[in-house]
Design a protein around this ligand. Structure first.
Ligand code: NOJ
Length: 565
């Protein structure tokens, strides 16, 4: 294969992203909390792993009530994470290693501790009153919220402030009041903040709940729906269809304006990745219009959360692949995400089975689209079931009253977690008592996940058969193979060779690569693959699955085959 990534594909379409939850990655100063110098000390690891972009969950000043998603100053760094000069060094050192840097931008809301909100709530005539969304209540003496709108996490999204006898709106938690983007001063200030970090060299933003920016101005009630539990399509949940609070037409226009701000910067092109839980139709609209089949004018990428809970079987992935290809054809680019800081870790959903984790990674790193890897996913870090009682996660704290036995019953089957701490445990660097996250004898901010004695970077680095080696092999192959990072994708027809597997072809110019994934617990024999197939990658070492033009796949094995160089 030509070992070159140099082609016309923009960097962000062929990149691979690694998400760091800064609090949990590496502590350098002995307070049990991860920090920026800690991350800098691990950049060589990320470069060797082979990821090309790093996304940092928020590092701005914050009371940390939602661990950084509650910002109190968008232009400074949280002191527990470091200083502005640490941050500048982090950007520079990442760039020195040819990695791009994506920051997490929370435009929708601030912390209630932000000086803007403190000023806003101080009086009805405050100069910043209109920076947030304040309304009178309903019914006798205004003691009922202005309308029926619910927060994304359930319960009314309106919160009464007795000092000024009005209610403020918060899409998420009560201490995260929504900014009012209908006020031009707010928009201007937030766009300046976007420019502030781009000027410092940041290569793009992951945009927190960006589809929640605008709500209906006339405050019409959201209609009832029978759905209670949220799905990936967040717009219906808690018996409410959020037609007036999510995906408002003004939000679609807003992302185009935001795009024009980041487009002021070139070389490299800066990008926007939307955190949007919605149907594929809605997600497609956030990419904007395409001009001359080449460029979009909305978000560059959006997470497609449809993959988060995908069952590891051929029908599910055949369906996802064909839907993603149908909704996001070139010049659009899908994304592939299986874990993040809000979700149960993928490997635990796969029964903590390393074979399945390797198969899943093979799919994620060989399909068309940008893969997002969550820290620790590459070493098989397990979800840790931590008690709600001691939860640090503010959402889990709301469920503290549920008896633990009931929690265990509800979450027993393994695919539900009520506590986001479970997936945020310290990164496992080695087998020492604090897994190398912080010095021994300290208390890390969250307990370590079980199994760190074996699932850690140190032990896996030297084992060619480890999950870590599997990720490294795949990332390297993807980087060096234009068909994989820039090629088109064609599903191969359901095979006559037996059920339980999926195969697709990636093509770039003359280069053709095939990916074969056996999702079943039975071996599989496939004859007449093509002439002269070459094995490029296999999840199983020490066996050659190819003999002449025959392919033999062991249970849960994935392989990548070169058909034409
Ligand atoms: C989505 C983020 O992923 C989550 O962690 C955060 O709590 C909410 N947005 C609120 O900002």
């Amino acid at each position: 294969m030509p070992a070159s990534t140099h082609n016309d594909t923009p960097w962000w379409k062929k990149t691979t992203v690694y998400q760091i939850y800064p609090r949990s990655f590496k502590d350098s100063n002995g307070d049990g909390i991860g920090d920026l110098p800690g991350i800098i000390s691990k950049l060589d690891y990320l470069q060797e792993l082979g990821v090309e972009t790093i996304w940092f969950s928020p590092i701005f000043s914050s009371p940390q009530a939602d661990h950084g998603y509650d910002v109190s100053d968008f232009r400074s760094i949280a002191p527990e994470y470091g200083t502005m000069s640490d941050c500048e060094k982090l950007i520079q050192e990442s760039h020195n290693r040819e990695m791009y840097v994506v920051f997490d931008m929370v435009l929708n809301h601030t912390s209630e501790q932000h000086p803007w909100f403190k000023e806003s709530r101080s009086s009805r005539s405050s100069s910043k009153r209109d920076w947030y969304i304040w309304r009178d209540g309903r019914k006798s003496g205004g003691k009922k919220p202005p309308n029926n709108w619910k927060a994304l996490i359930g319960g009314s999204g309106w919160h009464y402030d007795d000092h000024t006898d009005q209610w403020y709106w918060a899409q998420f938690l009560p201490f995260q009041p929504d900014l009012n983007f209908r006020n031009p001063e707010v928009k201007e200030e937030m766009f300046d903040i976007v420019r502030f970090w781009l000027d410092k060299g940041v290569d793009g933003y992951r945009l927190d709940i960006i589809n929640a920016i605008f709500e209906d101005e006339s405050l019409q009630n959201n209609p009832f729906t029978w759905r209670y539990f949220p799905s990936e399509d967040y717009s219906t949940s808690f018996f409410q269809n959020r037609i007036y609070t999510m995906n408002h037409p003004d939000t679609f226009a807003f992302v185009k304006e935001l795009r024009s701000v980041v487009d002021e910067y070139t070389d490299p092109e800066r990008i926007l990745v939307g955190e949007i839980a919605a149907s594929l139709e809605v997600l497609r609209r956030y990419y904007g219009d395409t001009t001359a089949g080449k460029k979009t004018n909305g978000l560059h990428l959006t997470f497609l959360f449809q993959s988060l809970n995908a069952k590891l079987d051929e029908n599910t992935f055949r369906g996802l692949l064909s839907n993603f290809e149908q909704y996001f054809p070139e010049p659009l680019t899908p994304t592939w995400v299986f874990s993040n800081h809000d979700q149960m870790r993928r490997i635990t959903k796969l029964g903590n089975d390393i074979r399945k984790a390797k198969l899943n990674a093979t799919l994620q790193l060989t399909v068309r689209g940008v893969p997002f890897i969550y820290y620790g996913e590459e070493i098989g870090m397990l979800n840790h079931r931590l008690p709600l009682k001691t939860a640090q996660d503010p959402i889990a704290q709301r469920y503290k009253w549920i008896p633990q036995t009931l929690v265990n019953l509800l979450t027993g089957s393994g695919s539900l977690s009520l506590n986001r701490d479970d997936c945020r445990t310290p990164m496992q660097w080695d087998s020492s008592s604090n897994a190398g996250f912080c010095s021994e004898g300290l208390d890390p901010w969250l307990p370590l996940s079980p199994g760190y004695e074996t699932a850690n970077v140190d032990s896996e680095e030297t084992n060619p058969d480890s999950l870590l080696s599997c990720y490294k092999g795949l990332l390297q192959l993807r980087r060096e193979t234009p068909a994989l990072h820039s090629g088109s994708l064609f599903l191969l027809l359901p095979s006559p060779f037996g059920r339980g597997h999926l195969s697709f072809q990636r093509i770039y110019d003359e280069q053709v690569v095939q990916v074969w994934l056996n999702f079943s617990s039975k071996p599989l024999q496939i004859s007449e693959i093509s002439e002269n197939p070459r094995l490029l990658f296999s999840t199983l070492k020490n066996t050659n699955p190819l003999t002449a033009s025959q392919l033999h796949l062991e249970p849960y094995q994935g392989v990548v085959i070169g058909i034409r160089p």
